[in-house]
Design a protein around this ligand. Structure first.
Ligand code: ADP
Ligand code: MG
Length: 260
């Protein structure tokens, strides 16, 4: 069963085809790798799936509540509500807020009350707020950041900020999580712990699409990969087939992305 079908997606920016007739499926429960050189269109693909961009043409079908719906043109909030969460290539956090509050903001999309509102709160609102705090702490525990809950997010190391972003996206209760270069800028120890985290996210039953330049990491985690180059899908398949694919070697692996 596929959680997402990408069918002939085109994304045009003026004269540039950032995505040209891209089609692939994402199987429920898998960790799918999305790789390719800089400018290939990987982040643009995430922007289309998460509702940041509306594709110029093509279809995106997302499975929710046992049916497939066409999500083209849905707004980001709607996609979050339907179960798609993401992190960004460049960390986006509220750096002046606490670590805990950054996760609470993610959690609030599943509740009625507004994070920034409500001075006069009813008892049920207070109870709901307590529940949100408890759930947020649980997500911080899950990524290993609970001991930093009351520090400001901006004070965390880069690797921890990336993990916090993951905790925030998990707090929205996704069925599909899009990770855009989560290991970028991490040291080997942080990367190792990230790999464990991605596996435990997958163990929760969450489907993951992973954009990553660290070939050792992505080939180790993903059983299936999709390769883009200049907006075109040049290959898809298992790690071994991708590593040996002449087109992929020519466009990407042979050009500094090695270590595969
Ligand atoms: P990748 O993530 O694979 O490095 P991107 O998806 O970020 O690549 O970019 C693919 C191409 O689309 C690049 O040439 C980039 O400059 C262009 N691009 C991405 N987003 C926009 C945008 N919002 N407006 C115009 N061009 C864009
Ligand atoms: Mg990118």
């Amino acid at each position: 069963m596929n959680i997402l079908d990408i069918v002939g997606i085109n994304m045009r920016f003026g004269g540039l085809m950032a995505l040209a007739d891209i089609s692939f499926n994402v199987v429920k429960g898998e960790i799918l790798g999305l790789i390719g050189p800089n400018g290939a269109g990987k982040s643009t693909m995430f922007n289309c799936i998460s509702g940041v961009l509306k594709p110029t043409s093509g279809d995106m079908l997302f499975e929710t509540g046992n049916r497939k719906i066409r999500i083209n043109g849905y707004k980001p909030e709607k996609m979050t509500y339907l179960g798609v969460a993401r992190t960004f290539q460049n960390v986006r956090l509220f750096s002046a807020l606490t670590v805990l509050d950054n996760v609470r903001i993610g959690r609030h999309c599943r509740t009625r009350s507004n994070f920034f509102g409500a001075v006069l709160r009813t008892r049920s609102q207070k109870e709901e707020e307590q529940r949100i705090v408890d759930e947020s702490i649980n997500w911080l525990k899950f990524v290993g950041l609970d001991k930093f809950a009351f520090l400001t997010a901006g004070g965390l190391s880069y690797g921890f900020q990336r993990k916090l972003e993951i905790a925030r996206s998990l707090a929205t209760d996704p069925s599909l999580l899009l990770l855009d270069e989560p290991a970028a800028g991490m040291n080997p120890k942080e990367t190792k712990s990230l790999v464990e985290l991605i596996h435990s996210i997958s163990d929760l039953g969450i489907t993951v699409i992973l954009i990553e330049h660290d070939m050792k990491l992505v080939m180790g985690i993903c059983k299936r990969l999709v390769v883009l180059d200049h907006g075109v899908m040049i290959a898809q398949g298992g790690p071994r087939a991708i590593r040996e694919n002449p087109k992929v070697i020519e466009a990407y692996l042979g050009r500094g992305a090695a270590d595969a």
